[in-house]
Design a protein around this ligand. Structure first.
Ligand code: NAD
Length: 500
């Protein structure tokens, strides 16, 4: 796909659930939620919310596909062929999916083009992982052979957020179904369009009915009915930390395991020993990429005092020059925030910053141009210390918080002084500095002299309030499979004969 604007696509008038491979009729009664284009502020579709009865039907369909259907019992090569077909179909529909994503989520085309490729790659990668699953055998105990095998775990509830609907929904589904599991997916009620089309395309590619079921609606209604349903065996959730806590509590009551990918307030540490030009590019990409709406944003930019004045001046200069605009226009660098309430929340941090003694360096307002849409000016504040709320809370928009430090020890201390621990960025050409940071920073990923490189082979997830578990070949296999030990005597077993 080139970076020319994708062609306009068909939008369904009413978005309904997909259960056992079929979309529910568009004229069913039910609670409707408007689906809005954040660039134009226009209502572009309606979402019919799935209530508890509909969630039950979706879980039953997933249950039936797991308990009785071909998917968990299928030869791995056949399952792999279907997942490769899913990859190919998704690639063929990349333009359509990208258009829906930009239109509904407001994400800039450049981000979305990367997301749609990643979406297809996720299915290919984890199909391969599932086909390499191995067991264990033990014969050290005389007269016995013990074999350890892996089995699919069952039906997953999969819940995803609005900030990268295709990339994040596909990641959760792709780590789950290749192992023979089935699932019920609930994307965010703000961004249902691209994910619904993704599920349709997966069925067009030959996915058996019931393996992936889709329900839509608010977290408090549809999401809660799904997580608390007794028919599910595990929960995979990507979203905010407060929601993750609530979901883990519900799942805990039902003794269901959870994998949680949650929020962050990640430190992006710029040392005087860095290649400053690249560090500047990296700091801007780290906070303004994906409209600043990314869990792994480098939202706390720590700058060594020796270079701070010049670095901050240039950061501000570049922030002012960022192009806001229609996310479908390839030249736009930042699109609108996903919905009005979110824009207002992001802007509310300007007053919060001031109240804590921070200095507004640039931005801080709803953008004047474009005239419509929920655009926020790229915003940067200089915080007086790491206790300011703008250093502690996830703002999730184009809002950078800058701080200064003197020594490596101080930088690491500030980086770790957070309830979160998702990722961290270090910019330095001094090896001992880099190695100290890599060893001592408490975060699931440390990026050195690079922003946002994600290798599917490496586990991804957070320390502390940033989550539980990791997406990755071994870690996802461990979460989405059960292991079973089967013990077989090689010779006739001598047993005590009770009552003989
Ligand atoms: P959110 O937590 O508000 O919602 C996420 C999903 O959970 C939505 O589908 C929502 O409907 C659902 N939900 C809400 N309440 C629920 C409940 N009680 N029961 C079941 N489902 C419920 O998050 P958001 O605002 O959509 O997304 C932004 C957050 O996601 C940020 O905090 C961001 O950091 C995080 N995130 C994390 C990662 C990661 O990989 N660590 C990736 C992307 C986003």
């Amino acid at each position: 796909m080139t970076a020319s604007p994708p062609r306009p696509q068909q939008i369904p008038a009413r978005v309904t659930s997909i259960i056992a491979g079929s979309a529910l009729p568009a004229d069913l009664p039910g609670h409707d939620i408007p689906v809005v284009n954040p660039t134009t502020e226009e209502v572009i579709s309606t979402l019919r919310e799935a209530d508890a009865a509909e969630v039950d039907a979706a879980v039953r369909a997933a249950r039936k596909a797991f308990d009785e259907g071909p998917w968990p019992r299928m030869d791995i090569n056949t399952r792999k062929d279907i997942l490769y077909s899913v990859r190919d179909h998704l690639r063929r529909h990349a333009e359509e999916l990208a258009w829906l994503e930009c239109t509904n989520a407001g994400l800039p085309l450049a981000s979305v083009l990367w997301h749609v490729q990643r979406m297809a790659r996720n299915f290919e990668f984890f199909a391969e992982v599932a086909s390499t699953a191995r067991g264990e055998t033990y014969n050290q105990t005389a007269g016995f052979l013990t074999i350890v095998t892996r089995e699919p775990k069952g039906v997953a509830a999969v819940i995803s957020p609005w900030n990268a609907p295709l990339a994040l929904s596909s990641m959760r589904v792709a780590t789950c179904i290749p192992f023979g599991n089935t699932c019920v997916l609930k994307p965010s009620e703000f961004t249902p369009l691209s994910v619904r089309r993704m599920v349709e395309v997966m069925h067009e590619a030959g996915l058996p009915p019931g393996v992936v079921n889709l329900v839509n609606g608010r977290g408090s209604v549809t999401g809660d009915a799904l997580v608390s349903h007794p028919g599910i065996d595990m929960v995979g959730f990507t979203g905010g930390t407060a929601t993750g806590r609530a979901i883990a509590a519900t799942a805990g009551r039902n003794l269901k395991p959870v994998a949680l990918e949650l929020g962050g307030k990640s430190a992006n540490i710029i040392f005087g020993s860095a290649d400053i030009e690249r560090a500047l590019d990296g700091a801007l990409a780290g906070i303004y990429g994906n409209n600043g709406q990314q869990c792994l944003a480098g939202s706390r930019i720590l700058v060594q005092r020796s270079i701070a004045d010049r670095f901050i001046e240039r950061f501000v200069e570049r922030s002012r020059r960022i192009r806001l605009g229609d996310p479908l226009d390839p030249s736009s660098e930042i699109g609108p925030l996903c919905f009005r309430g979110h824009m207002e929340r992001v802007l509310s941090y300007v007053d919060i910053a001031r109240a804590d003694g921070a200095t507004l360096l640039t931005g801080g307002r709803r953008a004047q141009t474009p005239e419509r849409g929920w655009f926020v000016e790229p915003t940067a504040v200089l915080a007086p210390h790491n206790d300011a709320r703008v250093c502690r809370e996830e703002i999730f928009g184009p809002f950078a918080t800058l701080l200064t430090f003197d020594t490596v020890d101080e930088a690491i201390r500030i980086a770790n002084d957070s309830t979160f621990g998702l990722v961290s960025y270090v910019w330095s050409d001094d090896l001992p500095t880099v190695m100290r940071c890599a060893r001592d920073i408490r975060a699931g990923t440390v990026w050195v002299n690079t922003p946002l490189m994600r290798d599917l082979r490496a586990p991804f997830g957070g320390f502390k309030d940033s989550g539980i578990g990791r997406d990755g070949p071994q870690t996802s296999m461990d979460f989405f499979t059960e292991i079973k030990s089967t013990i077989i005597p090689v010779d006739a077993v001598q047993m005590h004969r009770y009552g003989a």
